[in-house]
Design a protein around this ligand. Structure first.
Ligand SMILES: CC(=O)SCCNC(=O)CCNC(=O)[C@H](O)C(C)(C)COP(=O)(O)OP(=O)(O)OC[C@H]1O[C@@H](n2cnc3c(N)ncnc32)[C@H](O)[C@@H]1OP(=O)(O)O
Ligand SMILES: O=C(O)CCC(=O)C(=O)O
Ligand SMILES: [Mg+2]
Length: 460
């Protein structure tokens, strides 16, 4: 199956209310997307503002230097000036969009169908004349008159577009219709390749993207964390997982998805809900006793794929939904031996306190000590946690150092503070070797003058 991802975090994603990326952030996001293997990066609409222009310029430079390998696109209205701005940046491809539904032709463009075909033809060939690849986007294609959509595709193709994006601009497609649509257009236009741009207004963007691929689309538009206008478009991490599960295709490095998701969460300021698929905190966390008993025997009972595939770990929580298998396992992990009847009594205490949300290990030990009357000594935790206090060079921007620190593997939290030190970094490592490596990475960050590390001995 031939399918790739066009990531539009820097264009569609920045259309999310409240989201603005700086030039530096754009460059960093583009590099991260290229590193995980997205086929294309829609780097922005350069005619919109000077910073977007500058961001694309930097990204194109990195492409030329071989630091970024994805194809770089610039978005453009069907307007000569927009096309010129994108062309002077030497993007690999210009993506020209034009609304083609009756609603858009009338209320936005104020043109007849015939006039719109002329505009599409002229602007696509104008872009082509700059020696660049061209995609034409039929905006609001899924509410357009179907015969007219076919005419639009033919017009754009004849003018030199080798890719057409079918945009479900207000998210009204549903999978059977999507599959049929793409089957029909791909058979009518075998020498053109098609993209699906699916909005998630009815929660079906990922399903529609998969159906489009079944129908012959070869590029899926996605954004990290599903950012975009209104409720956004296809989330990269979800569609990548779905393509792997259903078709066995790995469109990006799946194990790197959490890193990219965190990066975009941080820069967009849009928090990822814990129940977000694949990269949300709870994506691989189980709760009900029956589920936990199942996963302890065989994780596939309640996991569609292993969390490790996506660079995640499995876990479970304890509350009134807990059963004895989960509780026994949790105490075994703590290195505490309880008899069956002691476990039953601890479980009874948990059930008798239905409003408690998350039992931490210290809470469970306290319950077990009450039940048994013994002082229970848990095995020391396998993970080492440490607090690293950081002093910065006096001439650096502390926030820039904070940002650099926050992307180091093993760093869980970074805080700017007042007092003798400038920054506090919470880190987690599996052993002292790993801890040393993390501290070395922190010390090698530009702007870090000195560090002081304290190991966490006990948490209550
Ligand atoms: C579905 C999508 O997401 S498509 C991508 C949407 N992207 C954007 O809107 C990018 C951000 N936009 C902007 O920065 C500004 O809107 C700009 C720079 C593009 C245009 O700004 P302005 O010239 O001030 O116009 P404004 O935004 O108020 O109105 C849009 C104008 O573009 C025209 N237009 C809209 N879409 C297109 C198009 N695809 N091709 C040509 N013209 C278009 C409208 O008809 C309107 O023209 P008018 O001024 O003659 O009435
Ligand atoms: O250019 C595209 O493919 C899509 C444009 C867009 O964002 C939309 O129609 O929703
Ligand atoms: Mg869109």
């Amino acid at each position: 199956m031939k399918v790739g991802i066009l990531d539009s975090t820097l264009r569609e994603g920045e259309q999310t209310p409240g989201v603005v990326f700086t030039v530096e952030q754009r460059v960093e996001i583009a590099k991260a997307l290229s590193d995980i293997g997205v086929t294309m990066i829609e780097a922005g609409h350069p005619a919109v503002s000077a910073d977007i222009y500058e961001g694309i310029k930097r990204i194109v430079k990195m492409k030329k230097e071989g630091i970024i390998t994805s194809e770089i696109l610039g978005h453009s209205r069907a307007v000569k000036r927009d096309i010129e701005v994108a062309a002077e940046l030497e993007v690999d491809r210009i993506a020209i969009f034009y609304g083609i539904s009756d609603i858009h032709l009338k209320a936005k463009h104020h043109v007849t169908k015939e006039e719109a075909l002329n505009i599409i033809s002229e602007t696509v060939s104008y872009a082509k004349s700059h020696g660049v690849k061209v995609r034409f986007t039929a905006e609001d294609a899924t509410r357009a008159d179907y015969q007219y959509l076919l005419e639009v595709i033919k017009t754009a193709k004849d003018a030199g577009a080798d890719r057409i994006s079918i945009a479900d601009t207000v998210g009204v497609l549903y999978p059977p219709k999507t599959r049929e649509l793409f089957k029909d257009i791909t058979s009518r236009f075998p020498d053109v390749e098609f993209d699906i741009h699916a909005h998630n207004d009815l929660g079906m963007a990922v399903a529609n993207a998969l159906a489009a691929v079944e129908g012959g689309a070869t590029i899926i538009h996605a954004t990290v964390n599903g950012l975009g206008e209104r409720v956004g478009i296809v989330p990269l991490q979800v569609v990548a997982a779905a393509l792997k599960y259903h078709f066995g295709v790995e469109v990006v490095k799946l194990e790197k998805l959490p890193e990219v998701a965190s990066l975009v969460e941080k820069y967009s300021g849009i928090p990822m809900p814990p129940n977000f698929p694949i990269t949300g905190d709870y994506a691989f966390v189980h709760k009900a006793g029956i589920h936990v008993a199942g996963i302890l025997n065989d994780p596939s009972t309640y996991e569609f794929m292993s969390p490790q595939t996506f660079g995640r770990n499995r876990d479970y929580v304890i509350d009134k939904y807990t059963g004895k298998h989960a509780l026994k396992d949790r105490f075994e992990k703590l290195g505490v031996k309880l008899s069956d009847s002691e476990l039953d009594q601890v479980l009874a205490k948990i059930k008798a306190n239905p409003s408690a949300r998350f039992y931490r290990d210290v809470d469970l030990l306290e319950l077990a000590e009450n039940v048994t009357g013994r002082i229970l000594k848990p095995r020391p935790p396998e993970n080492i946690q440490a607090i690293v206090s950081v002093k910065c060079d006096s001439n650096v921007y502390t926030t820039a150092v904070t940002r650099r620190l926050s992307v180091i593997q093993g760093v869980k939290e970074v805080m700017e503070i007042s007092g003798d030190y400038d920054i506090i970094v919470k880190v987690e490592a599996k052993d002292t070797n790993e801890l040393n490596q993390i501290i070395e990475s922190i010390r090698s960050v530009k702007g870090v003058r000195s560090t002081l590390t304290s190991l966490v001995l006990k948490k209550l």
